[in-house]
Design a protein around this ligand. Structure first.
Ligand code: ADP
Ligand code: MG
Length: 263
């Protein structure tokens, strides 16, 4: 589905354009994602994940290297497959118009059609993200964070995309809400055979949903592993990230045991 080959990207350092100082953000990134596969991309903040996602979506051009979707250059693919790629960002509060109702937000990318067809489609989409149709006339400030992020997901799948990029889409949600939304994303993946690029700065959410994990460190993919074989990581950065998760889960299990003892 997606093929990224030797992508480089740099920005001019702020205030240094006269001296032409550059910050290398991506230094030869290559990876691919098969149709129906979910690839997780992890990396510390500032490692270039969002830059890479903008390049993958064709919103920004790489300095060199190529991005191809189903064998076509990204710009060509997008023209031919309108609405088939969508994105969910981390900051759901600024990615919706606060004067739009839930219905308006979801209907925004929909083709113009009959009112009834649209309303039915909106009801279906709300159902798919497990939101009550009673919410459709509410405004963003009348929803919880988890509800609003679901609305953003409903909007993202409203055009029946085949490829969805989620850039830290769950990072600002509570852990329990994250789990719900993850479950939802997994269901949608199965039902609609979606291909995902799922970006996060930690591993917790990624392993749950993704088939494979790409570790981005200092501008390159230092390791790629199937989710089921993360323990085989060789790269030091990948191991460090993994160790922090294992420690975290270990603590969780200990707490469970401790709680069991007192029940
Ligand atoms: P991440 O999403 O992993 O946190 P980003 O891709 O947002 O990382 O940013 C990577 C680096 O590139 C950061 O140091 C950031 O300051 C820089 N950067 C990102 N976008 C721009 C831009 N439009 N202009 C200049 N520098 C940028
Ligand atoms: Mg980012």
């Amino acid at each position: 589905m997606l093929e990224v080959n030797d992508v480089h990207k740099h920005y001019n350092k702020a205030g240094a354009w006269l001296r032409r100082e550059r910050q290398e953000v991506l230094r030869g990134v290559s990876f691919s994602i098969r149709q129906g596969e979910c690839a997780g991309l992890v990396g510390e903040s500032g490692s270039g994940k969002s830059t890479l996602s903008r390049i993958v979506m064709g919103l920004e051009a790489p300095a060199s290297g190529t991005v191809r979707l189903e064998g076509e250059a990204i710009a060509v693919w997008k023209k031919r497959n309108r609405g088939q790629m969508s994105v969910v960002f981390q900051d759901y509060t600024t990615s919706v118009n606060s004067r739009f109702t839930v219905s308006d937000i979801i209907a925004e990318p929909l083709e113009k059609g009959g009112k009834e067809i649209k309303e039915r489609r909106i009801r279906n989409l709300l159902e798919q993200v497990e939101l009550s149709p009673l919410l459709s006339n509410r405004y963003p400030h009348e929803l919880s964070g988890g509800q609003l992020q679901r609305v953003c997901i409903a909007r993202a799948i409203s055009t029946q995309p085949r490829f969805v990029v989620l850039d830290e889409a769950l990072s600002s949600l509570d852990v329990s809400v994250q789990a719900q939304v993850l479950l939802l994303l997994r269901q949608l993946k199965q039902e609609l055979n979606l291909t995902y690029l799922f970006i996060a700065h930690d591993l917790q959410t990624i392993t749950n949903l993704c088939d494979k994990v790409l570790f981005l460190y200092k501008g390159t993919i230092v390791e790629t592993l199937p989710s089921s074989q993360l323990y085989g990581a060789k790269n030091e950065y990948a191991r460090r990230l993994l160790n922090s998760v294992i420690a975290f889960e270990g603590v969780g299990r200990e707490c469970e045991k401790e709680a069991g003892r007192w029940r």
